[in-house]
Design a protein around this ligand. Sequence first.
Ligand code: SAM
Length: 345
Amino acid sequence: MAPEESAEAESLLPSFERRFLAARTLRSFPWQSLEEKLRDSSGPELLLNILQKTVKHPLCVKHPPSVKYARCFLSELIRKHEAVHTEPLDELYEALAEVLMAEEPTQCHRSYLLPSGDSVTLSESTAIISHGTTGLVTWDAALYLAEWAIENPAAFAHRTVLELGSGAGLTGLAICKTCCPSTYVFSDCHSCVLEQLRGNILLNGLSLEPDTTAPERHPGHNAHDAESPRVTVAQLDWDVVTAPELATFRPDVIIAADVLYCPETVVSLVRVLQRLSACLKDQQAPDAYIAFTVRSPETCWLFTSELVLSGSPLLQYGAAHPQKPHGPYSGGPPGNAARFSGGIP
Ligand SMILES: C[S@@+](CC[C@H](N)C(=O)[O-])C[C@H]1O[C@@H](n2cnc3c(N)ncnc32)[C@H](O)[C@@H]1O
């Protein structure tokens, strides 16, 4: 490969690497650029490098993605190769044969590369909905909120963060690894989600505090490494949690991603936000950042109107993040906008 060819090809590699490890939709890959580069190149180096950055990547080998995803990806890669070159490339067919022989387990992995060079790896369900919950997979709003947090670490640094409806844990793990919160409380209502979440926290090298409901009851806990946040997982169901229970969390920041997916949950979620906003800490109400995919304008409208009715004025609605996400994982289909609300006084 000529030097200029190799420089151009290099910009394709991180793009394939990041998208493949996070199992982003195949449509979001730069296939067109790949095809153009394949036409201009004579040797197999580019495709071999793509293999190394995707199915043969050490993260992928250790924590494999869904078999179906790897199969579809390799089939597409082979199609691109065959469209341009007549000589078959054995390594591609060998990699495909390997995944064709593999069984699809019920759990798979996604890894997200952080700008710090670190990564977040999650074990997730291969089914979008399983065990009666949507919380066993990562949703786009979680990714957008993680990207926003990484760009705005000061919103979380040295603060107590409470996350509602954490699901698989992507946003919280990205914040814990890059934004230096003092305490991070993951929460959810579903027992399978909580079990998977605890596993994902440990998988990412964080330790879990034993007390899952009230981190601030143990301010003198001195076995803790001051560099990393205190991390707890709480079972918190918006439908049943009481005001005194919520008061024990005393968050500086509340976050939630993709929790506005049906009108039924909105009323109880707003009640929780309202109760938390009444818990002043050092005379300050917590900030709140809610990211959501706009699936139904009615549900968004219900959320904002319920917030207003609850007496919790919603500030900066949609101001913290425009419609178009701009992080390295961006590129979802139109309509997958994330919106943020900030500061519930
Ligand atoms: C669509 S998932 C989003 C998960 C994660 N935040 C993400 O964006 O990937 C919605 C999450 O809200 C949780 N949830 C739904 N109703 C809840 C409730 N009443 N109390 C607490 N969590 C709830 C579900 O268990 C699930 O984990």
